[in-house]
Design a protein around this ligand. Structure first.
Ligand code: FES
Length: 146
């Protein structure tokens, strides 16, 4: 028996996390748009993030149920501001170096096309130059003594 508030009566097996295992609707992914300490900050030489327009259009195009839009604080890789992350069951795709509103518009169009397709389409060719690897493959093992 689960003693977590709101989950009374729910049973969990040892090693399982309590709580619901499914979500309502079919969410394809999430677009996280950074507007943190660097992204969108003109004082640091970065283009504005059109977050108000993004949120408005996301709502007008009814994209939220298919792809969640989150405007976030710093995602970490400030050196490639402006940054977005696309999160899906396949992992995270990072986009950076956005210097105008156009890539954001492309992401909106891509999200709408993906919703219509029912799966996340490949990103537009024009965004390929913005993709970057957030984490390099590095060894975390200590050097072997020589
Ligand atoms: S402020 Fe966007 S990555 Fe840090």
């Amino acid at each position: 028996m689960n003693r977590v508030a709101g989950l009374e009566g729910a049973s969990t097996e040892p090693g399982e996390l309590p709580g619901p295992r499914t979500v309502r609707g079919r969410v394809l992914g999430q677009l996280v748009v950074c507007e943190g300490c660097c992204c969108g900050q003109a004082s640091k030489g970065h283009a504005p993030v059109p977050s108000t327009e993004l949120k408005r259009e996301w709502k007008e195009r009814k994209l939220a149920r298919a792809i969640h839009l989150t405007v976030s604080g710093c995602l970490g890789p400030c050196d490639v501001a402006n940054v977005c992350a696309i999160v899906s069951r396949d992992g995270v795709t990072w986009i950076g170096g956005i210097k105008s509103a156009e890539p954001y518009r492309l992401l909106m169009d891509w999200a709408e096309a993906s919703r219509a397709a029912g799966w996340l389409l490949p990103l537009p060719e024009a965004l390929e130059g913005h993709r970057f690897a957030r984490f390099d493959v590095v060894s975390i093992l200590p050097d072997e003594p020589s």
